[in-house]
Ligand binder design. Structure first.
Ligand SMILES: Cc1cc2nc3c(=O)[nH]c(=O)nc-3n(C[C@H](O)[C@H](O)[C@H](O)COP(=O)(O)OP(=O)(O)OC[C@H]3O[C@@H](n4cnc5c(N)ncnc54)[C@H](O)[C@@H]3O)c2cc1C
Length: 460
């Protein structure tokens, strides 16, 4: 970030202690601002959250991290947290005709060698790699409105136009299910290049004690008030006024020079009563998909070389991925134990939104019987713990045209405003992209305050 000398009297309030908000707060504090983070929950991290449950550490939202997450790695380094990072296996499995085909994400040659795809499809896949190489300079993680140029059709139409039905079924569909929780026809084609460049080409890593290590230890370096539900944020002549309710439901009002709103888009729309209609409509109308993870703790790890096994819809419409610990991430299980996480999809995922936990867990195991019978048998024989976690607002949905709407929003929202937005709704639902948006919001806020400071000096 470029540095401006901060006016030490400039107080900034960041709303939301997810990774985007904590990043914005950390960057602004480093620039010398007096920053307070207000978080409505009793914990930090938002969707980057880990809980302890019966001796297991369960990552409830984000699970998987790429060595290509450059914003995350530099944040961890700047905050002195690299000692908490460990490289992990980059092997994933993709299923076809009941067989798991394993690939290392950091070895392009594995894609060339795999029996997952026919030789004809591998040759067609070169078009995908070429399109991806052209797309890469357009992918700016802090503001993916840059991807609008790739957003003229849905991912299925793109795959059928540029690739072939086999690549659609065994590469594009599973990618879409993993990254967007939806089939390709409901996802923008831009999402394919975003997903490919996120997943392929780099190894993986994780935090040693839970995905929440980063937000938790960042928060330790900041002033964070938990149980603080922000009710509204108004810009005035001196800066901003923030109204919030504490854990005892006492209302408070605070003034600050600026505010970064790092909450989900529909919440952000509600918090700023003076937003112009076009900006409010965009934020309020942005759709989030729900999602649930089902966890099975076992007294012996499942023998599976892949960290993730991913299922094309053709293989199973109900299960999109299964994650195996401790391979995927260290420090999550009691010594000698294993942990398997299942993500259900499609109609079953929809039905489970309103089903009780034991039934969801039983259905998930039944589904696993169909796709990985040995793993299902192992879980039944060594079961130690089950847990279900649901997210109502899991990830942002952008169908074809969605990046154009984002472009209209970011292109017209004033970068000089004392209220700036951060969060994955400005980009792609990943921890790294959320961090990039937090950094960028910090930068815009610092610029806005610096510019106003200079203008005031010139008036004096
Ligand atoms: C099931 C699932 C799986 C995922 N898998 C991965 C993965 O493997 N890898 C990956 O990189 N990413 C993954 N993601 C995406 C990633 O977790 C998110 O994109 C990222 O964490 C979003 O961060 P954020 O700060 O933008 O939002 P959030 O984490 O949602 O933070 C927003 C914060 O604002 C707070 N807040 C809301 N309203 C108010 C208010 N009125 N006042 C005060 N505070 C408020 C919330 O409590 C929350 O703490 C996954 C997400 C989910 C749900």
């Amino acid at each position: 970030m470029s540095r401006h000398p901060a006016d030490p009297r400039s107080r900034i309030i960041v709303v939301g202690a997810g990774i985007a908000g904590l990043t914005a707060a950390f960057r602004l504090q480093t620039l010398g601002y007096d920053v307070t983070v207000l978080e409505c929950e009793d914990h930090v991290g938002g969707r980057m959250r880990t809980i302890s449950h019966q001796g297991y550490r369960l990552d409830l939202g984000a699970i998987w991290l790429s060595q290509g997450y450059s914003h995350m790695l530099s944040l961890a380094s700047d905050a002195g947290l690299t000692a908490h990072i460990e490289p992990t296996s980059s092997t994933i499995g993709l299923v076809r005709d009941g067989l798991v085909h394993r690939l290392r994400l950091d070895r392009r040659s594995d894609l060339a060698r795999t029996r997952l795809l026919s030789m004809r499809s591998k040759v067609r896949a070169l078009a995908l790699l070429r399109d991806g190489a052209k797309a890469r300079p357009l992918l700016s993680w802090d503001d993916l409105s840059t991807a609008a140029q790739l957003d003229s059709e849905d991912a299925r139409a793109y795959a059928l136009r540029r690739l072939n039905p086999e690549l659609l079924d065994y590469l594009i569909d599973p990618l879409s299910r993993v990254c967007y929780f939806l089939p390709p026809e409901q996802v923008s084609a831009a999402g394919i290049h975003i997903g490919m460049s996120t997943l392929f080409g780099a190894g993986t890593f994780n935090f040693t004690d839970g995905i929440d290590t980063l937000p938790r230890l960042l928060a330790d370096q900041l002033t964070v008030t938990l149980g603080a539900r922000v009710i509204h944020v108004r810009q005035n002549t001196n800066g901003v006024q923030v109204r919030w309710e504490d854990a005892q439901r006492h209302r408070r009002t605070e003034n600050a020079a600026a505010c970064v709103l790092a909450v989900p888009a529909p919440t952000a729309a509600n918090l700023v009563p003076d937003l112009p209609d076009t900006h409010r409509d965009y934020l309020a109308g942005l759709e989030y998909l729900h999602g649930a993870h089902i966890y099975f703790g076992v007294t012996r790890p499942v023998e599976e070389e892949a960290t993730f096994v991913v299922f094309p819809t053709r293989e199973n419409p109900h299960v999109s991925y299964v994650v195996f610990h401790p391979r995927c991430s260290p420090g999550r299980v009691p010594p000698g134990h294993g942990l398997v996480t299942i993500k259900l999809d499609g109609e079953l995922g929809e039905k489970h939104r309103h089903t009780d936990d034991p039934q969801v867990a039983a259905d998930a195991l039944d589904c696993l019987d169909d796709v990985l019978p040995q793993a299902a048998h192992h879980i039944r024989s060594h079961l130690d713990m089950t847990f279900v976690h649901r997210w109502e607002q899991a990830i942002v949905h952008r169908s074809a045209g969605g990046y154009h709407l984002l472009q209209q929003f970011t292109g017209s929202y004033p970068s000089s405003s004392r209220i700036q937005f951060a969060g994955d709704h400005m980009s792609f639902s990943s921890t790294n992209a959320a961090i990039a948006t937090g950094q960028s919001a910090a930068q815009r806020t610092a610029h806005a305050l610096h510019r106003e400071g200079k203008e005031m000096d010139e008036l004096r």
